[in-house]
Design a protein around this ligand. Structure first.
Ligand code: DLL
Length: 433
């Protein structure tokens, strides 16, 4: 099967725009009626929620930022009462920084359908055996892909992430045909297989659907060669829904956006003006059908380019290129979103450390490895090894619980890290994707 919902995926663009307008109007009505945050924002700028007449007026709507979500933690931006919510997800699960999103039964139905589109576009059908090696839990990756895979009727193995040797064993025994995880985990699985002397030609694997973190064309080639599969990229974010926002077809020339559910803009993050199609800018998304958690002009901070030319696959949706970077300092380490300020907050709490630190992120065996270099006061630096080790362990534990991902810690002598006069560059990202 080539399409999951052909009438929608191959829709005439004029009809699509009419549908988008109608859905946008009802979303504006929904948020202005049910979400005080939006009602107040609209009031502040004298926006009449009933006066919205064309998609061209989109720029008159206010932006929504991640910080707005945090300030309305946990349920402040929900547009339905909690009794209508059937699922709650949260990003990274780190206290203070967490953002919470909710879904009605209908939201879950749509989400499953949109992930089903992504899977179908990537070649997967009901005859496939799909191994979902994304984490199941508050992260949207595991459950999002799971529901979509069940929706198309494939056989789903909800193995979750980790325990690589077991992943490989199951892949062999259960005759997995499609692997779903982060691209870096796919490479780790491939390399572990090589170490174990397993010949990939003996596997049933045909497809790989990878997302949740940035990766490159070179990495795709490497994964394809090592696992002998066709790897595709898929994109999403919890604030907007989770996976299923966009995904590549087997042409592998950009990710098809489900524009009947998401209205996208690409803007210059400084001037806030739209960039020309084909130019790099920040992706801004307005949800068109979300009931529980609609967002208006959400600033994703993800940089991409819009491709408006039609695709050879027949889908009429605009595509976006793979994510090229981010406009903020958010790091994605092993798929977990990490802000340097989270690290800073932990260091501030620990006696003996100086507020000078550096985060070095590298790729080792295709896995992200983050090391935090921390300046410590002289008496600690020259302290006995045992005490130093205890301090390192304490910092590591606190960081792991704050960030939701483990990082290494190295103590360095006072005044050894470079100081900045202007904006500090605390992150050294050596990853070559
Ligand atoms: O990562 C949702 C997801 C799960 C997408 C599984 C695809 C597959 P969050 O944890 O909220 O949600 O993180 C969202 O991850 O703003 C991007 O910066 C990054 N990201 C997601 N997909 C891609 C991708 C999920 N294909 C943030 N390429 C987003 C590059 C991606 N970055």
């Amino acid at each position: 099967m080539k399409y999951w919902e052909e009438d929608r995926e191959c829709m005439d663009r004029e009809d699509l725009e009419q549908l988008q307008l109608e859905r946008l109007q009802s979303t504006i009505y929904r948020v202005s009626t049910h979400v005080p945050f939006y009602r107040n924002r609209f009031k502040e700028i004298n926006l009449d929620p009933d006066g919205f007449r064309s998609l061209g007026e989109l720029s008159s709507l206010p932006f929504t930022f991640k910080d707005d979500l945090r300030q309305n933690y946990p349920y402040g931006l929900f547009a339905v009462p909690l009794r209508d919510i059937v699922r709650i997800h949260s990003s990274s699960g780190t206290t203070g920084m967490a953002t919470v999103v909710g879904y009605t039964r209908n939201d879950i139905k749509i989400w499953s359908n949109l992930v089903a589109r992504v899977l179908t576009a990537a070649g997967v059908t009901k005859d496939d055996v799909i191994q979902i090696a994304f984490g199941y839990g508050l992260f949207t990756g595991g459950f999002g892909l799971h529901y979509g895979a069940e929706r198309i009727g494939a056989s789903v193995i909800p193995i979750s992430s980790g325990n690589t040797k077991r992943q490989i064993q199951i892949m062999q025994d259960f005759k997995t045909t499609a692997l779903v995880c982060t691209p870096s985990y796919a490479l780790m699985i491939a390399d572990t297989m090589l170490d174990m002397g397993i010949n990939v030609s003996g596997l049933s694997l045909k497809y790989g659907l990878f997302g949740a973190e940035p990766w490159s064309e070179a990495m795709r080639t490497e994964i394809n060669n090592k696992l002998n599969i066709r790897a595709t990229d898929n994109y999403g974010l919890s604030e907007v829904m989770g996976p299923g926002v966009a995904g590549e077809c087997l042409e592998c020339k950009g990710l098809h956006i489900s524009e009947d559910h998401f209205l996208v803009e690409v803007i210059n993050p400084n001037t806030l003006e739209p960039v020309q199609p084909g130019e790099v800018g920040e992706l801004v998304i307005t949800t068109l059908t979300k009931e529980a958690f609609p967002v208006i002009r959400y600033r994703t901070r993800d940089l991409t380019r819009l491709i408006i030319e039609p695709c050879a696959c027949g889908r009429t949706s605009y595509r976006m290129t793979r994510i090229l970077g981010r406009t903020d300092d958010m790091l994605i380490i092993k798929g977990v979103n990490v802000f340097p300020t989270q690290i800073e907050n932990v260091l501030f709490e620990i006696e003996g450390t100086e507020p000078h630190y550096r985060i070095v992120v590298e790729r080792e065996n295709h896995q992200d490895k983050a090391t935090v270099l921390v300046e410590v006061i002289e008496s600690i630096f020259f302290d006995e090894m045992k005490k130093q080790r205890q301090l390192v362990d304490r910092i590591k534990k606190r960081l792991a619980s704050e960030l939701g991902v483990s990082v290494d810690v190295k103590l360095v002598e006072e005044r050894t890290l470079e100081r900045f006069e202007g904006k500090g560059e605390r992150v050294i990202d050596k990853r070559q994707l």
